[in-house]
Design a protein around this ligand. Structure first.
Ligand SMILES: *Cc1c(COP(=O)(O)O)cnc(C)c1O
Length: 383
């Protein structure tokens, strides 16, 4: 049976984004591709082979289930790090399969070490430091208690990394907070060094970080949104392009999400469109109904806001996004017919839609809308 929409991925766009990112890193620096949230909606099973083909050999996920999917899909035995949740019952699997994990509680640390001892392998851990995000991580004040545990279990642990995460590197409004995070991270690193604890990697930066705080790249970066061809925020793009003469976007979105026109209608001036009275036709117009809605991940916040592409033209979403349908204004197009292609995200002709048209709405919507693209939308890879 045919789905109401399909997603396709463009490996060329991915390689281009990767070149852009790698160009900003020191040659020896490692690139870790963040594929949490089903690879930001792109599909773990479809995305991993593209990344492996492009010589990516390090992946970060947020939980053990995602790690399992990456591990099942990957062909070249990449490194996989879990940045968040692992149920204690899954820790054995992780250690046995050399899955790396962030450690941010003493219990997790001891549990990992004890399990590793039993299994006869080393647990591969990243010490997460709380520097101001206030999500997970050891407080600096906790480190004097942690260090003896690390020393006691030295034979059962490999300290792969010491790391932290910036609380909003994509916005200049967080600048002062980020400076404090940098200082605390440096302080934690000094403390570990003083006790001869030498993690293999220091890692802090995410997408916005490598643009705005390149001095924090260290020897590994964890990159999500940028590799898929989206800027973390409009601001980040402005800061990047400000000193350059060209304002062309060096990134290319690798995802296209398409649907089709289901039917069309002519509407007289003065008619309301859809539920309620949020859209009033100011002139006679032609509208098309597209069979995707918030049940398919097309956010309700795009009501009267979203833009889609038909015949290479930008068309406005009018009225409320329904559970299974949207109405769009196709008045500027010529003779739109059922089955005509509708691009919800991606390129058609000369135009692209980034989710919410770039800059019109909060770019946070890019992260949210991408990751909410349902698992069951068919995804394929372009040639
Ligand atoms: C999501 C996430 C990243 C990647 O963030 P982007 O802004 O998409 O590059 C990096 N580190 C951690 C801990 C994350 O949760």
């Amino acid at each position: 049976m045919h789905h109401a929409s399909t997603i396709s991925l463009n490996p060329k766009a991915y390689r281009r984004n990767l070149r852009f990112i790698r160009h900003r890193l020191a040659p020896a620096s490692r690139f870790c591709a963040v594929v949490k949230g089903n690879a930001y909606g792109h599909g773990i099973e479809q995305f991993i082979p593209i990344a492996e083909e492009a010589a990516v050999d390090y992946f970060a996920v947020y939980n053990a289930h995602e790690a399992y999917r990456v591990w099942m899909t990957a062909k070249q035995k990449p490194s996989i790090m879990v940045m968040g949740f692992i149920d204690d019952a899954d820790l054995d699997w992780a250690i046995d399969h050399e899955i790396e994990c962030f450690v941010f509680t003493v219990n997790r640390l001891i549990s990992a070490a004890e399990k590793a001892k039993k299994i006869g392998k080393k647990a591969l851990i990243h010490l997460e430091i709380e520097t101001g995000m206030n999500r997970t991580g050891f407080d600096i004040e906790q480190l004097p208690d942690i260090i003896p545990v690390l020393q006691k279990y030295a034979d059962s642990l490999t300290i792969m990394g010491v790391c932290t995460h910036f609380a909003g590197a994509e916005s200049i409004g967080n600048f002062v907070r980020i400076q404090r995070q940098k200082e605390r991270f440096a302080q934690a690193c000094r403390l570990l060094t003083a006790h001869h604890i030498q993690p293999k990697y220091k890692h802090v930066n995410c997408s916005a970080g490598i643009i705005r705080y390149p001095e924090m790249n260290y020897d590994l970066v964890r990159i999500g949104i940028l590799q898929y061809g989206f800027w973390p925020s409009m601001e980040t793009f402005i800061e990047y392009s400000q000193p350059l003469s060209s304002k062309d976007n060096p990134l290319q979105r690798m995802l296209t999400w398409k649907s089709k026109v289901m039917n069309t209608k002519h509407i007289a001036k003065g008619e309301y469109v859809g539920y309620g009275s949020t859209y009033l036709a100011q002139k006679p117009m032609t509208i098309a109904i597209v069979p995707i809605g918030y049940a398919h991940g097309y956010s309700r916040s795009l009501s009267n806001q979203g833009r889609v592409l038909v015949q290479g033209r930008r068309c406005a979403v009018i009225g409320i996004v329904n559970m299974n349908a949207i109405a769009i204004d196709v008045s500027p197009c010529k003779n739109v017919q059922p089955d005509d292609e509708v691009v919800l995200i991606g390129r058609q002709g000369k135009h692209t839609v980034s989710v919410a048209s770039f800059g019109e709405l909060s770019n946070q919507l890019n992260y949210e809308l991408l990751t909410r693209l349902p698992l069951d939308i068919p995804r394929h890879v372009d040639n």
